[in-house]
Design a protein around this ligand. Structure first.
Ligand SMILES: NC(=O)c1ccc[n+]([C@@H]2O[C@H](COP(=O)([O-])OP(=O)(O)OC[C@H]3O[C@@H](n4cnc5c(N)ncnc54)[C@H](O)[C@@H]3O)[C@@H](O)[C@H]2O)c1
Length: 305
C-alpha cells in the first residue's frame, strides 16, 4: 500500500458487488476511508439487501482501513444527499465520488415499456447527477475533489439497450459539463467505459449473443468470454489513478478500461462538411450528400433481405 490517498474520504455507489466493490477495496488500499453505498437489489433493480455493502465494509476493516455502509438509492435526490452527509458525519470530509451503481432492463425499443426506460435512466443518469450534485457543494467549498463516472461502450450503440445506451452516453455529456462547471475549483470529473466479468456481463443471454455475433461456441466461446470479461479488479487501479494528485490535470475525458488495456477516447469533431450560401434544397442534398457527407458510411444493421 503506497497510501497515495491517505486522509481522503471516498464515496463509491453500487460498491457492494462487481466493479464498485473492487474500486472500494482499491481506494481503501491506498489509504482512503470509504463510504460503501449499495442498495443491494437484483440486476434488474428490484429488491434491496444490506448484506453486499456490509460485507465490503467488513473486508475493508479487515485490511486495517476504515469504512461505513450506506444503503441509499442513487435514483433518489434526497438519498444522494444522505450519502454525502454520511461521509461528512462519519469522516468529516469527502474527496472522491465514484458513480458506479447500475442496473439493466434490456429490451428491443419496440417492446420497451415506459417503466423500463424510466428505471434505467433514473439509476444511471439521474443517479450520477444526484450524487455529483451533492458532492460538488462539498468539493467546491474544499476547493478540491474527484468524480469518476461510469459510462459504457454500449453508449456508442448496442442492440436492445435503448435505455441503457441513452443513459450511458448522457453520462459522457454530463461528465464533459461537470468538468467545465467544477474545474476552476480544483475538481476533476472523468468517465470510464469499463469491461469486466461481473453478474451484469457473465449472463447466459450475453454469452449467447456474443457467440452468435462472433460465430463461436463451446470452449472457443468460453475462452473468448474470459478474454473480454476479465476480473473487475483489473479496472480499479485506473479509477484510483484518476483520484490521485497525479491526475489533477485530466478533466472531462472518457477512457475505456478493459483488463490491462486503457484507451483514451477522442472527443467528437466534424469530419466532413458541406456549405451553401443560403438554404439547401432537398434536391441539392439528395444529389450531393451521398457523394460527400455520406460517402463511405455503412449502415450498422442493414435491412434483412
Ligand atoms: N461489467 C461490465 O463489463 C460493465 C461494462 C460497462 C459498464 N458497466 C457499468 O459498471 C457499473 C458496475 O457494473 P457491474 O458490472 O459491477 O454490475 P453489478 O450488478 O455487479 O454491480 C452493480 C451494483 O450496483 C448496485 N445498485 C444497483 N442499483 C442501485 C441503486 N439504485 N442505488 C445503489 N446501488 C445500486 C447493485 O446492488 C450492485 O451491487 C454499472 O454502472 C454498469 O453499467 C459495467
Amino acid at each position: 500500500m503506497s497510501e497515495r490517498l491517505k486522509g481522503k474520504v471516498a464515496l463509491i455507489t453500487g460498491a457492494g458487488r462487481g466493479l464498485g466493490r473492487c474500486h472500494a477495496l482499491a481506494l481503501a488500499a491506498e489509504g482512503a476511508k470509504v463510504v460503501v453505498n449499495d442498495l443491494g437489489g437484483a440486476l434488474d433493480g428490484t429488491g434491496a439487501d444490506r448484506t453486499p455493502a456490509d460485507e465490503v465494509v467488513t473486508e475493508i476493516k479487515a485490511m486495517g482501513s476504515d469504512a461505513i455502509a450506506n444503503y441509499e438509492n442513487v435514483a433518489s435526490f434526497e438519498g444522494a444527499e444522505k450519502m454525502v452527509k454520511c461521509a461528512m458525519d462519519n469522516f468529516g470530509r469527502l474527496d472522491i465520488l465514484v458513480n458506479n451503481a447500475g442496473v439493466l432492463r434490456d429490451r428491443m425499443v419496440f417492446n420497451m415499456s415506459e417503466q423500463e426506460w424510466d428505471l434505467v435512466l433514473k439509476v444511471h443518469l439521474y443517479g450520477h447527477f444526484n450524487c455529483a450534485r451533492h458532492a460538488s457543494t462539498v468539493f467546491r467549498q474544499q476547493r478540491s475533489g474527484r468524480i469518476v463516472n461510469t459510462s459504457s461502450s454500449a453508449g456508442l450503440g448496442n442492440m436492445g439497450q435503448a435505455n441503457y445506451s441513452a443513459a450511458k452516453e448522457g453520462i459522457v455529456g454530463l461528465t464533459r459539463t461537470l468538468a467545465r462547471d467544477l474545474g476552476r475549483y480544483g475538481i476533476t470529473c472523468n468517465a470510464i467505459r469499463p469491461m469486466a466479468g461481473t453478474r451484469m456481463t457473465l449472463t447466459p443471454e450475453l454469452k449467447a449473443a456474443w457467440g452468435k455475433s462472433m460465430g463461436v461456441s463451446g470452449a472457443d466461446l468460453d475462452n473468448f468470454m474470459k478474454t473480454i470479461f476479465t476480473p473487475p479488479e483489473n479496472v480499479s487501479p485506473f479509477v484510483v489513478f484518476l483520484c490521485t494528485d497525479e491526475a489533477a490535470n485530466i478533466n472531462g475525458r472518457t477512457f475505456s478500461v478493459m483488463g490491462g488495456e486503457v484507451h483514451l477516447y477522442s472527443e467528437p469533431e466534424y469530419i466532413k462538411s458541406i456549405y451553401t450560401k443560403g438554404t439547401w434544397t432537398v434536391d441539392e442534398l439528395c444529389e450531393l450528400v451521398p457523394v460527400s457527407l455520406a460517402s463511405g458510411l455503412e449502415n450498422p444493421t442493414p435491412p434483412k433481405t
